[in-house]
Design a protein around this ligand. Structure first.
Ligand SMILES: Cc1cc2nc3c(=O)[nH]c(=O)nc-3n(C[C@H](O)[C@H](O)[C@H](O)COP(=O)(O)OP(=O)(O)OC[C@H]3O[C@@H](n4cnc5c(N)ncnc54)[C@H](O)[C@@H]3O)c2cc1C
Length: 470
C-alpha cells in the first residue's frame, strides 16, 4: 500500500480524477496479455503531460515506489504485471499525434498513440510507417518502442528500432532528456535513443517519440504457397533469400495453425497441407512482378505443391488478416495459450521447425507454430490449461528445450516479445553472467533505486540449463 503521504503527493500532481486505488481499478491493471502472471498494483496514475510524469517520478524515487509504465498491456512477457506492487502509469491522456513533417519525413507522437492510428494517419499523406505488429489495432507506440516490436513487414523494412530517431524521456530522478533529432546523421555521444528502445520500461518513461517515415511503396502482391513437407517450406525461406530477393513478408504457418485460423477466419485457407508460406513483395510494379515469379520458381523447386496468388487487394488483405489472427485463433482451443518467440538465423529455420515438432511429440502437447520465418522468428504456441499442473510441467520443460535448441542454433530466447518477468530466468542462457553484469551496470546508472519496472529483465534466480538428450 502507498503511504498517506505518497498518495497525497501523487494526487496533488495529477488530481483525484487521475489517481485510482480502488480494488476494482487495481485488479484491472494486475495482469496483461501474458498467461499465469498476476499481481496487484497499489495505485493507477494517469499523467496529462511530461511535467506531471517528471513530478511523479521524483516522488516515487524519493519514496522508492515501483513504477510500471503501461501502454495497452498486450505484451506477452509479463512486462506490465506489477510483480513488486507500486504504481501503474497510464498514458490515456498522452495519446496525440503532435506533427507529421513531410519535408523531413518524420512523425512526432505521444506514447499513448495506437499503432494503427499512426499508420493510417501517415498513409493518408502517401507516407509509410512499416512496423506492423499483429496487435497494431490496440498496441501503443510507447509499448512498441519499449519492446522493439516487429511485424509482418520486418524482413524488408526492419523493426521499430529502425524508425525511432528521437525521444523525449523522463529519468527516474525526474530529469527530462531529449535524444536524437529529425536527423539523418547524429553521432554526438552515446546512442541513448537505441539504448532506450527495447528497454521495457526499466530505464525511463518515454513521453514523446519522433519516428522516421518512408514513401509509400507503389504496389504490392501477395501469394500463398502450399507444402506437404514442413522441411521443404522451411528450406524455401533460406533459398529465397539466398537468391538475393528480400520480400516484404515471408511468414510460415504449420497445419495445426492453418486449421484453427481457417476455423476462425473462414477464408478458404488450405487445411490439408502440412504448411504454407505467406509471401508478399512491394515496390515498383515491374520489380514486384519479377520477384514474385522468381520466388514462385524457387518454391516450386523446393516441392511446393501449389501456389495461390491473391487476385485482388481484398483477397491479399484477407490472407494478411488471417495470419495476424493466428494467436487469437489458437487461443480458442483451450483456456491457456502460451506463445513463445524463439529466433534463429534464417538458415536454421528448417532445423528449428524440426526440433519444435520433435519436442511437441516428446511432451505430448498441442503446439501450433507460425511466425516471421524470413526473420528466423518462430512462435511455437501451446494451447493448454493452467489448471492442469501435470501438463503445465510438461509445457515448461518443452519450452525450456525449445529455448535451448534456439541458442544451440545460434539464436535467442526472444526475437520481438521481450524478456519481462517471464523470460528473465532464461536471459543468462543467452547473455552469460558477464552480459547480465554489464546490463545491470547500465540499469544501476540510470535507476539506482530500482523503481523502474522492477522484477523485469533481471531475474532473482536464473534457470538451470538442462542437458537435453535427443
Ligand atoms: C494478439 C497479439 C499479437 C501480437 N503480435 C505481435 C507482433 O506481431 N510483433 C510483436 O513484436 N509483438 C506482438 N505482440 C506483443 C505486443 O503487442 C507488443 O509487445 C506491443 O508492442 C506492446 O504494446 P502495448 O501498448 O500493449 O505495451 P504494453 O504491453 O503496455 O507495454 C510493453 C512494455 O513497454 C513498457 N512501456 C509502455 N509504454 C511505455 C512508456 N511510455 N515508457 C516506458 N515504458 C513503457 C511497459 O512497461 C512494458 O515493459 C502481440 C501481442 C498480442 C496479444
Amino acid at each position: 500500500m502507498l503511504s498517506k503521504e505518497v498518495k497525497e503527493k501523487l494526487i496533488s500532481i495529477v488530481t483525484t480524477e487521475n489517481f485510482a486505488d480502488s480494488k476494482t481499478e487495481r485488479l484491472v491493471y494486475s495482469y496483461d496479455a501474458t498467461p499465469n502472471f498476476q499481481s496487484m498494483p497499489d495505485a493507477v496514475v494517469s499523467p496529462r503531460n511530461t511535467m506531471e510524469v517528471a513530478e511523479i517520478l521524483k516522488v516515487c524515487n524519493e519514496y522508492k515506489v515501483p513504477i510500471v509504465p503501461r501502454g495497452s498491456g498486450t505484451n506477452l512477457c509479463a512486462g506490465t504485471c506489477p510483480t513488486e506492487g507500486g504504481i501503474v502509469l497510464l498514458f490515456k491522456h498522452m495519446h496525440n499525434i503532435l506533427e507529421i513533417d513531410e519535408e523531413n519525413l518524420t512523425i512526432t507522437v505521444q506514447p499513448g498513440v495506437i499503432t494503427l492510428d499512426l499508420i493510417q494517419a501517415v498513409e493518408a499523406k502517401g507516407l509509410f510507417y512499416p512496423p506492423d505488429p499483429s496487435s497494431m489495432k490496440i498496441s501503443t507506440i510507447g509499448g512498441n518502442i519499449n519492446e522493439n516490436s516487429g511485424g509482418l513487414r520486418g524482413l524488408k523494412y526492419g523493426v521499430t528500432r529502425d524508425y525511432v530517431i528521437a525521444l523525449e524521456v523522463v529519468l527516474p530522478n525526474g530529469d527530462i532528456v531529449r535524444t536524437g533529432g529529425k536527423l539523418a546523421k547524429d553521432v554526438a555521444g552515446y546512442d541513448l535513443t537505441r539504448l532506450f528502445v527495447g528497454s521495457e520500461g526499466t530505464l525511463c518513461v518515454i513521453t514523446e517519440a519522433t519516428l522516421k517515415l518512408i514513401p509509400m511503396p507503389e504496389t504490392r502482391k501477395t501469394m500463398l504457397v502450399h507444402y506437404q513437407d514442413l522441411n521443404a517450406a522451411a528450406k524455401s525461406v533460406s533459398k529465397i533469400i539466398a537468391n538475393k530477393i528480400i520480400p516484404t513478408t515471408l511468414e510460415f504457418l504449420d497445419q495445426p495453425t492453418l486449421k484453427v485460423v481457417e476455423d476462425f477466419a473462414q477464408i478458404g485457407l488450405p487445411t490439408n497441407v502440412e504448411a504454407v508460406l505467406l509471401i508478399e513483395q512491394d515496390g515498383p510494379l515491374e520489380v514486384v512482378e519479377r520477384d514474385i515469379s522468381k520466388m514462385a520458381e524457387v518454391c516450386k523447386s523446393e516441392q511446393a505443391v501449389s501456389i495461390q496468388i491473391a487476385a485482388t487487394e481484398a483477397e491479399a488483405d484477407a490472407l494478411r488478416t488471417a495470419r495476424r489472427a493466428a494467436l487469437s485463433a489458437v487461443a480458442r482451443l483451450k483456456p491457456t495459450t502460451i506463445l513463445e518467440d524463439a529466433t534463429v538465423p534464417r538458415s536454421e529455420i528448417a532445423n528449428m521447425v524440426k526440433a519444435i515438432n520433435e519436442i511437441t511429440e516428446k511432451y505430448q502437447l498441442t503446439i501450433c507454430t507460425f511466425g516471421h520465418a524470413g526473420d528466423g522468428n518462430l512462435h511455437p504456441t501451446c494451447a493448454t490449461d493452467a489448471r492442469n499442473h501435470e501438463e503445465m510441467e510438461r509445457v515448461e520443460k518443452a519450452f525450456a528445450e525449445i529455448f535451448e535448441k534456439a541458442i544451440e542454433l545460434g539464436g535467442t530466447i526472444t526475437g520481438e516479445h521481450g524478456v519481462g518477468a517471464m523470460k528473465a530466468p532464461y536471459l543468462e542462457w543467452k547473455l552469460k553472467k558477464e552480459g547480465i553484469a554489464a546490463m545491470r551496470g547500465i540499469k544501476l546508472a540510470f535507476d539506482p533505486n530500482n523503481i523502474m519496472n522492477p522484477g523485469k529483465v533481471f531475474a532473482k534466480d536464473s534457470k538451470k540449463r538442462v542437458v537435453v538428450t535427443r
